[in-house]
Design a binder for this molecule. Sequence first.
Ligand code: GAP
Length: 432
Amino acid sequence: MAAATMEKVVNLCKRRGFVFPGSEIYGGLGSSLDYGPLGVELKRNVKDAWWRAVVTGRDDVVGIDAALIMHPAVWEASGHLAGFTDPLVDCRSCKQRFRADDLQGTTCPACGGELTEARQFNLMFKTFVGPMEDTAHVAYLRPETAQGIFVNFRNVVETSRLKIPFGIAQIGKSFRNEITPGNFLFRTREFEQMELEFFVRPGDDDSWFEHWREERLRWYTDLGLSPERLRVRPHGADELAHYAKACCDVEYRFPFGWAELEGIANRTDFDLRRHAEHSGKDLSYFDDERRERFVPYVIEPSAGADRSTLAFLLDAYDEDQVEGEPRIVLRLHPKLAPYKAAVFPLLRKDGQPERARHIYDALRRHFPVDYDQAGSIGKRYRRQDEVGTPFGITVDHQTMQDGTVTLRDRDAMSQVRIAEDRVVEELRARIG
Ligand code: GAP
């Protein structure tokens, strides 16, 4: 298996329409990135797989979709206004700015100049609500989706029949004015999170923490990430966020080293208590079986949609040889692949394109599929391999006689003949 490099994957993403530099015709904007036609499908498949595993596939979790701009009091209560900061230093000579905790020495890594003392820089993006640009109208773009869940805790309890333990999940954009974004999709200023807040009885929190740690790790391997490139790293006491009793990171071995894909935290009753204090509303829970009232503890698996998309791309990237020709192949899990299959007429004559088009139209009602009749069949297979399409359906001379097509498997490189009216069923079985 050929190891992926960031450069190879970034190039493939640009070349094949997965991810483009943001605002490219104007020279780009920092680390902003745009998903292209194939990238949007891949990322949507990642989010759908998460939603199925965490929400619709369970009977104890519901979803919400909260506003990105919330009341500024939310961020006071959550501690983000006071504490969501990174230490920032300026170079007195070249004026560049750096995150102090990224630096080894005390001189500027760009020019060797003298650095200022570190000061705390708040990572939240500020804006104004309405036409008045004054302090009374300041608001923030959310730096995490979690707070949208906590402020809706009461609404969800009152409108659903959920009993503790239960969870509320959300997928959506978050914004952080990162001092040092980079490594492509790994760290950007605008990104998407997939977060679950799972509310439990205090005392049951440790076992639910274990439960979610196992579940979340399994999710990545079920979708094909190499187990040897995944690990769970518990946080040391000095690393814990202000709200957490315990935390561990699911880490992936990226080409630039081991780094966090997802954090799983025991947030205790910190958030609900703080919001209760700041809003004056009762955010406790009444257990009507045990006739007791308590403020639930929260276990939070918090994953990044873009970061996991990057990990799935890197892990899937491979180079091999087919019939003496080099091939780039994305071995994406069929559930994640943007196209599940591609349909090809072997020749552009003898009625083959019409027959292939007919099969394509029928398949399209069931799966995202592509149609390609341009160039040699070998080239067309390679084009699909490079974007991770797991199956190829080829219409040839024999199809016109007996109604069978060849089904090619991207990874096994096997080709079998099956009846054209069995293709949907066969693909369904193979996608899983
Ligand atoms: N609610 C908890 C929370 O937000 P976090 O560890 O700060 O915790 C959770 O973020 C996940 O969000 C990270 O594991 C990562 O996948 C993703 N994430 C955070 N900052 C990011 C950034 N600047 N760019 C891309 N993804 C980011």
